[in-house]
Design a protein. Structure first.
Length: 109
């Protein structure tokens, strides 16, 4: 692997979330592009005060503007966020990974 390839690989894996020490659970939820109804059912039935952060990883086209935030926000009292670089995870919240991104949640140990 060349130095440029190593650099490109590191850049592609830079964390979207800030490094933090969490005292709550982080739940990862995966869904295919057709998984909207399952996600809606899940968030309709989850309590808004579970104390966990929910990170939704869905297969989405980078060429398509997703309405997932708006659609899920109608199904839960938790705040639904589109993840941006440097966000800090908070409990009782839902986080949506952007299309075409990888996600890492760095933790202090």
């Amino acid at each position: 692997m060349t130095d440029n390839e190593k650099s490109d690989n590191r850049a592609a894996k830079s964390p979207l979330f800030k490094q933090s020490e969490l005292n709550f659970s982080v739940v990862g939820v995966g869904a295919s592009a057709g998984g909207l109804s399952a996600l809606e059912e899940l968030f309709t039935n989850l309590p808004a005060d579970s104390g966990a952060a929910y990170v939704v990883i869905q297969h989405l086209s980078p060429d398509f503007k997703s309405l997932m935030k708006e659609l899920l926000q109608r199904r839960t009292d938790m705040v639904v966020h589109r993840v941006t670089e440097g966000m800090e995870l908070q409990p009782n919240s839902v986080y949506l990974i952007p299309p075409g991104k990888t996600l890492e949640v760095p933790l202090l140990r």
